[in-house]
Design a protein around this ligand. Structure first.
Ligand code: NDP
Ligand SMILES: O=CC(=O)O
Length: 290
């Protein structure tokens, strides 16, 4: 496959681009904090000095950026994607953003003759390292088919969901459920301890029943130890709750559980926990006096 550009080497972008390199893809990478490119260069990547330079060099460019503001700035600001995108080039934004942001980017890219695909992912740092993401793509179908060899390396399954916005919406629904579940789980762990039971026994019981799931299994033991090394930063989970609640607003869907979960994540951010794993929302409950 042709050389691929990669913009954004945070937790996910680094893991995904390392995985592409491991599978023989040639990559040109860019990150706002340039020093984060060094490790990729050691593994064979080339550095592009700006998003525009990456787009100029590569037929396909993938972006994995923190939030709507970052996704927009990399496209629209000086030295951005729009300066070099043109017919024959594809831009694939895998960041988690709202449908409106994605549509704005899509319109700008296509008005210059380029092709656009949104492709947010479900799965965290470890699935990204292992090529086990679930890819939720929408937009230009031909671009989806052209980039599938890369998606097959990055993920265990790719969904094509139709028009731009559908991938973003699906991702927000999934993360809204995940954030709500994390809060219910955290309340259960605190209630277990405060009522004199062993939280490890709760984890064992949950794992054998109808609500067993990989998230409880993976995050439970570290939450019991108050250990929150970031795989999915809490500030991004709160962003996703906020965007999902806005989607609920647009569609007149009442979401009292998600709204309460969002408040807990906001509280955690106000306690300075935004850069820790999203499971650190547990600290907001543990801090409650009896
Ligand atoms: N971590 C996870 O488990 C998952 C995350 N996601 C989503 O993937 C995206 C990336 O997540 P993750 O890698 O964890 O996040 P990180 O916070 O680790 O990385 C964010 C990236 O965005 C860049 N960035 C932030 N603001 C700007 C800006 N204004 N201009 C240019 N670049 C900017 C950062 O650059 P710099 O290094 O300079 O700060 C960095 O490369 C998010 O949308 C997240 O919601 C989706 C699935 C799982
Ligand atoms: O967006 C986060 C994830 O784990 O998926």
């Amino acid at each position: 496959m042709e050389e691929i550009g990669f913009l954004g080497l945070g937790i996910m972008g680094k893991a995904m681009s390392m995985n592409l390199l491991r599978h023989g893809f040639k990559l040109t990478v860019w990150n706002r904090t340039l020093s984060r490119c060094d490790e990729l260069v050691e593994h064979g990547a080339t550095i592009g000095e700006s998003p525009a330079a990456v787009i100029k060099k590569c037929k396909y460019t993938i972006a994995m950026l923190s939030d709507p503001a970052a996704a927009l700035s990399v496209v629209f600001e000086e030295g951005g994607v729009l300066e070099q995108i043109c017919a024959g080039k594809g831009y694939i934004d895998m960041s988690t953003v709202d449908a409106e942001t994605s549509s704005k980017i899509s319109e700008a890219i296509t008005s210059k003759g380029g092709n656009f695909l949104e492709a947010p992912v479900s799965g965290s740092k470890k699935p990204a390292e292992d090529g086990q993401l679930v890819i939720l793509a929408a937009g230009e179908k031909a671009l989806y088919e052209e980039i599938l060899p890369a998606f097959d390396v990055l993920g265990k399954k790719s969904f094509y969901l139709g028009q731009v916005g559908n991938g973003a919406k699906m991702k927000l629904v999934v993360n809204m459920i995940m954030g709500s579940m994390m809060n219910a789980f955290s309340e259960g762990l605190v209630l277990t301890e405060k009522s004199g039971l062993n939280p490890q026994t709760l984890l064992d019981v949950l794992d054998l029943g109808a609500i067993a799931n990989p998230m409880f299994k993976m995050k439970g033991p570290s939450m019991v130890q108050s250990s929150y090394s970031p795989a999915f930063p809490l500030k991004h989970q709160q962003k996703d709750m906020r965007l999902a609640l806005a989607l609920g607003d647009e569609n007149s869907v009442p979401m009292p559980v998600a709204a309460a979960a969002n408040e807990a994540f906001k509280k955690a951010r106000s306690m300075g926990l935004g850069d820790l794993d999203f499971s650190a929302v547990h600290e907001t409950l543990k801090a409650t006096k009896s």
